[in-house]
Design a protein around this ligand. Structure first.
Ligand code: SF4
Ligand code: SF4
Length: 465
């Protein structure tokens, strides 16, 4: 059934959310354990169960929630953390979102759109750090821009040098018309990200007062429109702090359940990021979130939708993103979005358009993951390479069958990174971690991993099973 773009969709049952939220008491320990056992068997949770997790207060119970979320993540994906670099194609925007430096009317930043030569240069900088996955980001895209983005994807996907290439390009371009999605699909765009930011209509409208993004209903129906237009994978997201946390997590779970029911696909990833100060913005998020609530949100989302990828960002403080990975995060947005704009940021009289903290070099991130977190950094793109998208991917992930692929493929992609891009110190740490991981694998996974590693060590690239 086609959904109206002008009305709040029926699946967003605010009444059911309010009723579930009226529960105030923390769950008994035995109830909590039953809920966690359900997540561990990779079943999605219902509203009442999610609210029970949101009501946990006791420190010991919170620790149990966090550690179980990690176990669920390990069961679905193992301990790999997939790394993706955002590449901002421009910072023009017709919308006036109050928390975003790109908003129209913000005179504090210089506006620019990269031409194809600059885009190539920007993509190359990320590629030469070792990135294999990009997400192409722009402000609110209008219909006539689609040809530009299609060309951009073509340019970026043709980037290669002797040691590698860009292998996956996801997009984050706002809500688009069906023809635009079809066009982007024709150039092999990856996951289409459309972040609702907050599902509370009231707080959404407060934060998004003008421009195309101010249309709450059009935004909320966009992921469905993308799937109807033939897109295989969509990503959702919350800007934590803009709306009430409990309502947002519950509504998000309904959104995922709806897409899963209607399209049999579910949602590939959910991005959880907190609103941060940005140049030229003085908006105070009405529900600013502390670190502890942020981590619990990550964990509860992992438990609520066990097989959905959870994307965090290295814009969170270092210790926190490590804990976020331990609480169920499975992917990191990182790498330099500022580097492609060096010429803007360094020019006198021009304010950098991006908040400080995004200029992280990939080698540093990898070293951090190895030294502090012991997670396996992954550049794997096996699933898209094999056409394992949409329903096929979700079926494997929801049954716990993707993990046996993630381990060997992530090790091979990581070895490729170590050999071609890492500093000697990072390489030494990385090789030690690979040996550690091999020792802990079962015989089948270890055999597959060793065969792949041997091929990579002999100079082959892009190896996977
Ligand atoms: Fe920023 Fe996106 Fe809003 Fe534009 S639409 S102002 S880029 S958040
Ligand atoms: Fe991701 Fe698939 Fe590779 Fe696992 S095997 S890391 S899910 S691309």
């Amino acid at each position: 059934m086609t959904e109206s773009k002008d009305a709040v969709p029926k699946w967003l049952d605010s009444n059911a959310i309010e009723i579930a939220m009226s529960r105030e008491r923390p769950p008994e320990r035995s109830v909590l354990e039953d809920i966690l056992a359900k997540s561990l068997s990779l079943e999605c949770l219902g509203l009442d169960e999610i609210v029970a997790l949101l009501r946990v207060r006791d420190k010991e119970d919170k620790d149990l929630v966090l550690s179980t979320a990690n176990k669920v993540k390990q069961k679905v994906y193992g301990d790999r953390i997939v790394l993706t670099a955002p590449l901002h194609a421009d910072n023009h925007c017709a919308s006036g979102c109050r928390y975003c430096a790109y908003r129209s009317g913000n005179g504090e930043i210089k506006r620019k759109r990269l031409d194809m030569a600059e885009l190539r240069e920007a993509g190359k900088k990320l590629m030469l750090q070792g990135h294999k996955r990009l997400v192409l980001v722009s402000g609110q895209t209008v219909a006539e821009d689609i040809d530009y983005f299609a060309e951009a994807i073509n340019v970026l996907s043709r980037l290669f040098d002797a040691t590698g290439e860009i292998r996956r390009i996801n997009i984050n371009l706002g809500a688009l018309a069906p023809e635009a999605y079809a066009k982007l699909k024709s150039v092999d765009a990856g996951t289409v990200n459309i972040y609702q930011e907050t599902y509370s209509k009231r707080y959404y409208e407060l934060a998004h007062p003008s421009g195309p993004k101010s249309d709450y209903c059009a935004r909320i129906s966009a992921p469905r429109a993308a799937l109807e237009a033939g897109v295989e994978d969509v990503g959702l997201g919350l800007a934590l702090g803009l709306g009430p946390r409990d309502y947002d997590l519950l509504a998000l779970s309904l959104h995922i359940a709806h897409l899963s029911r209607e399209f049999g696909i579910g949602v590939r990833t959910v991005n959880l990021h907190r609103v941060r100060p940005a140049p030229g913005c003085d908006y105070t998020p009405p529900f600013a979130m502390n670190d502890e609530d942020f981590l619990m949100s990550v964990a509860i989302l992992r438990l609520a939708v066990p097989y959905t990828g959870i994307l965090l960002t290295t814009r969170e403080p270092a210790g926190l993103w490590r804990q976020g990975c331990d609480a169920g995060g499975s992917q990191l947005l990182t790498g330099s979005v500022a580097n492609p704009y060096e010429s803007w940021a360094d020019a006198p009289d021009e304010k950098a358009p991006f908040p400080i903290g995004e200029e992280t070099h990939l080698d540093e991130v990898v070293r951090f993951l190895l030294e502090e977190a012991k997670h396996l950094p992954s550049f794997c793109v096996a699933c898209p390479r094999l056409g394992r998208n949409g329903q096929e991917f979700i079926n494997m992930a929801s049954q716990g069958d993707i993990r046996s692929q993630c381990g060997p493929n992530s090790l091979a992609s990581f070895m490729e990174f170590l050999m071609n891009y890492a500093t000697p110190y990072t390489r030494k740490l990385g090789e030690a971690l690979i040996n550690e991981k091999l020792e802990r694998m079962n015989e089948h996974e270890r055999g597959a991993s060793e065969r792949l590693l041997q091929k990579v060590r002999s100079g082959r690239m892009d190896e996977f099973i």
